[in-house]
Unconditional design. Structure first.
Lengths: 343, 255
């Protein structure tokens, strides 16, 4: 029995070495996230030409790198949650509710670092509630978070009466430079935060045992349970990560715009799901990668920005979103089927 | 692989269940069943649908709690109240559909929930890959890479991965619930080879099935359940496929 696999191994290797370039291309396309990478590059080229190079102008890149990460950071968490097999439609509402908590703490003149900490705690708690209701009551998270989406948005509207409230970032300059400053006077620090969160979540998802539990929970919950993984806890932790990221972005956004607005985070829930799906995450859970989610989140930000600088009316945004979502999912499924067939 | 304990010499049986009763509301699913598995023995647990095979096995694997009766494992009275208890004793169950995550790699599946970690919970991929390939080899399954996804394997190979997993974690008793039900003839044959390999490693196997043709060549002994009662417990030497088939469909006689 033993020699046969060895012979096979020897036979296969030289064949592949002959055309190592081809192999690289072939391997590249076996990753689900490769199609999103191509879409991403394509979009950047498209916008560069169609905006008559306004897209690549320094001022625009700076805006893109400062604004884009706010949504993109939330999308990272949503993507990880989707791998565990759940949805979160309440991200925008968690964000706005956390914004309100932060502005209230600012108004009562609390130390802003402490206020920020409390806001993060509140985000974690709201995420925990989503997880608790979903796992203990056995309700699909689509429904749970549809409910909490309306609940927290409504609560914020009642408490704030829908008015905007001023925030003064100059009270604690350190906080604003940590969250919205520019490294070397050029690079917006937001994009660094995006990179850091992406890296942390990526390492956890792909190299830590918790990441293995996330995939197992999303891929085959019964198998994960039979192997002793507490799938309810895994899901709840994922919900909490989303909540914490929403709270973080809530603070970041208030510091940037110096205002509380009850419309913060409006419409982000579907955009975040779109970003994950475009990045190759399965709606059924169990499939996806942090690289894909990261690129998917960037893609959504680039589309929004690129259309504006290309002077294409804003209403076209959704049409482009729709086309990108459908085409990237179709292409990644096509690549995957070829992979499964080819062995 | 399993070290046969010193006490095992006097106590021939690995597991001994005695007088097990289980009710589901008004349904009397197990009516005082005695069930025994000896060391390095393959027991075919056969019976029609609703005969109580799965219930009996779920009591043994900690999924259900017996209403009456006792379980002895390696000569000691044990209380199995959860699947974790069962696993700690060395009783592993392989279910047909629940065993593996299709979009994860072989090595991630084998170590699912019991990942080998270095520090701070980060996985030791090298050790996991090596352990997986070794476990697969020991049941005679040669796969190219521990990174291959389960979805890319054949049905027989998937069962092989699930069986290699219980072998790696040094189970003493492996319960296979319909391991050949969705497989082609060739794949089923492959799975039966894996099962024989388990016995060679000193592991006892309970093989639950409808298909007498699959279980007959590989099992040492057969236990037939009908309507929650054990109606036969025979060595292979003393019976034939036809006789077993008759027993399965015959209603229990009370004499």
């Amino acid at each position: 029995m033993r020699p046969s696999p060895n012979q096979k191994g020897q036979k296969v290797k030289p064949d592949l070495r002959k055309d190592s370039k081809l192999r690289f291309v072939k391997n590249f396309f076996t990753y689900r996230s490769s199609s999103i990478f191509l879409v991403f590059i394509g979009l950047i080229l498209f916008f560069t030409f169609f905006s008559q190079h306004r897209f690549t102008r320094h001022a625009n890149i700076e805006v893109l790198l400062a604004l884009g990460p706010e949504f993109s950071i939330v999308a990272l968490g949503v993507g990880m949650l989707m791998i565990s097999g759940e949805f979160d439609l309440s991200v925008g509402s968690i964000l706005v509710f956390c914004s309100f908590i932060f502005i209230r703490l600012f108004e009562i003149k609390m130390n802003l670092f402490l206020a920020g900490g409390i806001t993060l705690g509140a985000g974690a708690l709201l995420g925990f509630l989503n997880g608790l209701i979903t796992t203990k009551a056995h309700i699909p998270s689509f429904i749970t978070t549809l409910g909490t989406m309306m609940l927290w948005r409504g609560m914020t509207l009642i408490l704030s009466q829908g008015f905007t409230r001023p925030f003064n970032p100059e009270v604690v300059p350190l906080l604003s430079s940590i969250l919205t400053g520019k490294i070397g006077g050029i690079l917006p620090v937001q994009v660094v935060w995006f990179g850091v969160f992406g890296l942390i979540l990526g390492v956890v998802l792909h190299f830590h045992k918790f990441g293995n539990w996330v995939y197992a929970t999303g891929d085959n919950k019964e198998a994960a349970r039979a192997m002793g993984i507490n799938t309810d806890r895994v899901k709840t932790i994922c919900f909490m990560i989303v909540g914490i990221l929403c709270a973080f972005v809530a603070v970041m956004q208030i510091v940037r715009v110096s205002t509380f607005s009850s419309r913060a985070g409006d419409g982000w829930e579907l955009k975040a799901i779109a970003a994950s799906v475009v990045g190759g995450t399965s709606l059924m859970g169990g499939i996806g990668s942090m690289v894909g989610i990261f690129l998917g989140a960037l893609t959504i930000s680039v589309i929004e920005n690129g259309l504006v600088v290309s002077r294409i009316p804003y209403f076209w945004t959704y049409i482009v979103f729709g086309l990108v979502i459908i085409s990237s999912v179709v292409s990644s499924l096509y690549l995957e089927r070829r992979k499964l067939r080819g062995g | 692989m399993t070290s046969s304990p010193a006490g095992g010499k006097e106590e021939k049986s690995l597991v001994k269940m005695a007088g097990v009763h289980k009710w589901f509301g008004k349904v009397h699913a197990l009516k005082g069943v005695d069930f025994e598995v000896r060391h390095s023995e393959i027991v075919g647990l056969v019976g029609d649908n609703g005969a109580g095979k799965s219930t009996l096995i779920k009591v043994l694997s900690g999924y259900h709690l017996a209403d009456k009766g006792e379980i002895n494992f390696e000569g000691k009275r044990v209380n199995i109240t959860s699947s974790l208890d069962a696993r700690k004793l060395g009783i592993e169950t392989v279910y047909q559909e629940q065993a593996l995550a299709p979009n994860m790699s072989i090595s991630r599946n084998i170590f699912m929930g019991r990942e080998l970690v270095r520090s701070l919970g980060f996985m030791d991929k090298k050790a996991m890959d090596g352990g997986s390939m070794e476990a697969l080899k020991s049941i005679g399954l040669h796969l190219r890479s521990p990174d291959a996804l389960i979805a890319m394997l054949s049905g027989g190979e998937r069962q092989g991965v699930a069986i290699a997993r219980v072998l790696h974690f040094k189970a003493k008793l492996v319960i296979l619930d319909e391991p050949t039900i969705a497989l082609s003839v060739k794949e089923a044959q492959q799975v039966l080879e894996f099962i024989k390999q388990l016995r060679k490693e000193g592991i006892s196997v309970v093989f639950i099935t409808h298909n007498l043709y699959h279980v007959f060549p590989s099992a040492d002994r057969f236990v037939v359940l009908t309507r929650g009662e054990k109606i036969a417990d025979v060595e292979k030497k003393g019976t034939s496929i036809d006789e077993l088939a008759e027993l399965i469909v015959k209603p229990p006689s009370h004499n």
